[in-house]
Design a protein around this ligand. Sequence first.
Ligand code: AMP
Ligand code: GLY
Length: 419
Amino acid sequence: MAAAIARSPRLGEFYATDTANPGIAALAKTVEVSGKPAATKDLPYFCDHHAIDLVVIGPEDPLAAGLADKLSTRKDGTPRFVFGPSAAAARLEADKAYAKSLMRAGSIPTAEGRVFKDAEAAIAYVESRDDPVVVKAAGLAKGKGVVVPETTAEAVDAVRRIMIDKAFGDAGTNVVIEEKLVGREASVLALVDGRNVMLLPPCRDHKRLRDNDMGPNTGGMGAFCPATDIDDATMSIIERDVLVAIVDALRRDGAEFRGVLYAGVMLTPAGPKVLEYNVRFGDPECQPMLARLTSDPLDLMLRTAQGSLDGARPTWDDRAAVCIVLAAHGYPDDPRKGDVITGIDKAEAMADVSVQYAGVRRLEDGSLVTAGGRVLGVTALGTNVVDARAKAYAAANVIEFEGKHMRRDIAVSAVAARV
Ligand code: AMP
Ligand code: GLY
């Protein structure tokens, strides 16, 4: 997102509150704000003092904590534009039990599910079911709070780990247990300015850690855009029954949505069904999607925040984009920090390639080291998905660090389908 903002011809001063990310530090002036995401105290002052016109909030934690609400009014009482929903609307992501109840109220197609506050009751329910279930921590768990068990014993174990061992902390106070859906997945995102819903090109993420969708769920190991195996009729259904419907359901509940709305959808034989909503760009979906945006990203963000999306005419590169995530040793359970990273410059010098920094820190001697689970995104544009994929892997292969893990099959399904 920072790279997209930085390329806007309309950009004035660009400040970022992430002082530790070397990728962002190269693009923006970084400002220290106290204790994120509780940094909401200092930010209003900073924004007033520097006459900030537009605030773009990337991740879910500060949105759920109400940062958009705090920054949307200037000291003199006039509005300030904020790209990102209010805390009330961000609950759609932060509380899966709430999301489930809104979907039910809005007759939105989703997996049958039940919410449990009590571990014993959840376990009894799992054991009573003949069909496979999925177990989800109801709160925010960085995309890792979902377990798709193979057996009843694994499902019971997942409930125990989430509710009793608190593997995801307070996010696991409640769990949602739902029917296991089968089909292809799609990430369908839209910009929403309070009234207008503008569909963005569909993407596909790869959530499991290892090739062939094996291993635990992660935040996402790679993505491509566009996912052209979703036909227009299905996109229209998703737009109406999944995106517009949830914006309406939120409004009926007193929450107006402004920002980017993300629907994780399973394309089942019975039609698209919602797996989850996010209230932000997906990571890594954001990388291939924004790589294809040829019009001004800041214009879209500003229009979203202002409520003037109806006049927006975004343009997209016809080419395909693929992003490969390079993860640290031990991700997602216990990612190792401090492994020295080399080769980023070489990768960035390759045609149509960009590198996004995530869990990376720069040491005083200038070297870059791993500092989080997903370390880098390597994104490439290509004439088609085959070409984009080849370029992305060629670049990902020249970046090295001890314990580097990447999936080798990102976008393979798309290549097979020649989309
Ligand atoms: P979520 O964070 O809720 O999107 O879940 C993460 C991943 O878990 C999804 O992308 C799916 O791969 C999988 N998943 C979640 N819910 C279900 C479900 N009801 N049936 C099958 N897979 C699911
Ligand atoms: N890639 C899925 C997410 O950002 O939640």
